[in-house]
Ligand binder design. Structure first.
Ligand SMILES: Nc1ncnc2c1ncn2[C@@H]1O[C@H](COP(=O)(O)OP(=O)(O)OP(=O)(O)O)[C@@H](O)[C@H]1O
Ligand code: SF4
Ligand SMILES: [Mg+2]
Length: 331
């Protein structure tokens, strides 16, 4: 397994006391697969990504039975391992690329820094020219036609779509095993969004690069996705193969997300109500006990104040006392 997360919990201090912002999250990404993590705004998707990258607030407590990348424990990296893995073997792209690029450096300057010397099979004095050539090749590979202009530009001179492509090029300069894409197209127009997804699919196919894709909306899922995991209020709800998660979800939360993506013409907006679930996500300070979906869940019963254990239903793994097929069979 490329990435193996078991029971990851993050404890955050709030004025009301300690809160589990992630509560026993498990997630596996296999070599060469695209795995999509889906949940409404505030469900903890970015926190999972930040825990993998080691970007968690220093005053938060993080605990896991396993947080492994290619067999290495990400919770106990030495400084040398961190330099070798983070941003190199695991790269990340973000929702707002312009904010993450250095505003004071041109694209060529940023790409030069990202390209490892080991990849340039030339003597020391030819490295700069080789780096510039490789930087131009990277942008061409990203489908950027006017790459010379883009190389000379500062981030604020780029459109969101081109900036995202530059960010992907920077991330891919190291040829990572795993790319974490945290809502990489949210701010983009549909045409650019489609281009970015196509590009990621091509890169995935060409380099067998694994991708952990993060999105709020099942409607934007890449068809190349192998598995989907749904997350709600810091708790994983269900995980399973793409098709059966979309067509026969077992968990009421996945069901609500898939119903929304199939029958609602507009894309999901932040804090938008889901057709089959009452209410909205609670705030951190008011997390329900047990299964956190309880107050919104149409299947909820008294037992749901106890956190359900992981259960296998068909091809799906889920946390729910009353999965959909079990309820249907009982009625
Ligand atoms: N630095 C922080 N300080 C305090 N609370 C935080 C911080 N970062 C995240 N949180 C809280 O943790 C929860 C999960 O946040 P996270 O950013 O992971 O959500 P998300 O699923 O990525 O949402 P979105 O789709 O809007 O990006 C939210 O309730 C958020 O308010
Ligand atoms: S455990 Fe209970 S509240 Fe949670 S999703 Fe299942 S039925 Fe709903
Ligand atoms: Mg996020």
């Amino acid at each position: 397994m490329l990435l193996d997360i078991r029971n990851l919990t993050i404890f955050a201090d709030t004025p009301q006391g300690e809160v589990r912002v992630l509560d026993r999250v498990s997630l596996q990404v296999a070599e060469g697969e695209i795995h999509t993590l889906v949940g409404e705004s505030g469900s903890g998707k970015s926190l999972v990504a930040r825990a993998i990258m080691g970007f968690v607030n220093s005053n938060w407590r993080i605990q896991a039975d396993r947080l492994w990348f290619r067999g290495t424990d990400l919770l106990n990296l030495t400084a040398k391992q961190r330099r070798e893995i983070i941003g190199v073997d695991i790269a990340m792209i973000f929702q707002d690329p312009i904010a993450y690029l250095d505003p004071n450096a041109t694209v060529i300057e940023q790409l030069r820094e990202a390209i490892p010397a080991a990849d340039l099979d030339v003597p020391f004095f030819q490295r700069r020219a080789a780096r510039d050539k490789y930087a131009a090749q990277l942008l061409v590979r990203m489908g950027i036609r006017d790459h010379q202009d883009v190389l000379a530009s500062y981030p604020f001179e780029l459109s969101d779509g081109v900036a995202q492509k530059v960010m992907i090029a920077t991330a891919l300069a190291h040829r990572p095993y795993l790319l974490i894409a945290d809502e990489p197209t949210t701010t983009m127009e549909p045409v650019m969004r489609a281009q970015i997804y196509k590009l990621l699919a091509q890169l995935h196919a060409r380099y067998q690069m694994s991708i952990l894709m993060i999105t709020q909306d099942l409607a934007t899922i890449m068809p190349e996705t192998s598995r989907i995991t749904t997350i709600y209020c810091g708790q994983v709800m269900e995980s399973g193969p793409l098709q059966s998660m979309l067509t026969t979800p077992q968990h009421p939360y996945t069901d609500a997300l898939s119903y929304t993506s199939l029958f609602q013409s507009e894309r999901l907006k932040p804090r938008q109500k889901l057709a089959t679930l009452a209410g909205l996500e609670p705030t951190l300070q008011h997390m329900p006990i047990g299964c956190r979906l309880g107050p919104r869940c149409p299947n909820a019963q008294r037992k749901c104040v106890q956190r359900p254990e992981l259960e296998q239903v068909g091809k799906h793994q889920l946390y729910c006392h009353y999965p959909i097929s079990v309820k249907e069979n009982a009625s």
